[in-house]
Design a binder for this molecule. Sequence first.
Ligand code: ADP
Ligand code: ADP
Length: 233
Amino acid sequence: RPGITFENVHFGYDPDREILHGLDFEIGAGETVALVGPSGAGKSTIARLLFRFYDPRAGRILIDGQDISKVTQESLRAAIGIVPQDSVLFNDTIGYNIGYGRPSHMDDADEDAIREAARGAAILPFIEMLPEGFETQVGERGLKLSGGEKQRVAIARTLLKNPPIVILDEATSALDSRTEQEILATLNRVARGRTTLAIAHRLSTIADADRILVLENGRLAEQGRHAELLRRD
Ligand code: ADP
Ligand code: ADP
């Protein structure tokens, strides 16, 4: 039972220019697959197609065997969580930022869940040291969080949502290398047990992937395991 399937997917933003030229690949349920390749290869486009920001020109995309053009936008959003490169925070409390999008983001029933998500994202000790805790204002007019702290808020948001599928879209590439290693350790825990697509441009940031897809100019150039690809480098 596959997690994500691309079947002969063709796509372009402009009618006269095709970006993805018949992509075929599968990510098994619970598998972590890294998608690497040079800038402009089409990696983020694949993420956008999964969210149905755009539809393929030809071919099909399936999630758990279901054509995503036939499922509702709500169930698609419930199934997929994304940790983007630069997580944007709302000018609101840190608790709201973790819980936003939930029916009632910070009522009593949710508080434990938000705390648990913050623990999973390894940002709970930081929050508990703040005088106002989860009520601390963050963003432009509040506490300025570092890049790593912002990513941990985004990770907590994803853990709270608990989606079966996670997309990491260059989730650590804006961070310094030490912070990157720390966040990667947390992301590897988040990926465990979920179908994960980790988009990256460097092999060093995807050490724990089960499999690697190399995308070049909208085509899969290679597939394999980490060690195999490194040997060929
Ligand atoms: P990657 O994520 O691998 O860097 P992208 O998927 O962002 O690559 O982009 C793939 C190609 O699509 C690039 O040539 C890029 O210029 C083009 N592209 C991306 N977004 C748009 C858009 N909104 N409109 C037109 N072309 C786009
Ligand atoms: P929701 O708010 O739908 O429960 P998330 O908190 O996981 O889900 O937010 C996912 C949303 O983030 C997507 O629906 C999309 O609008 C947005 N998003 C941010 N960055 C990206 C990206 N690189 N590719 C696709 N979607 C993105």
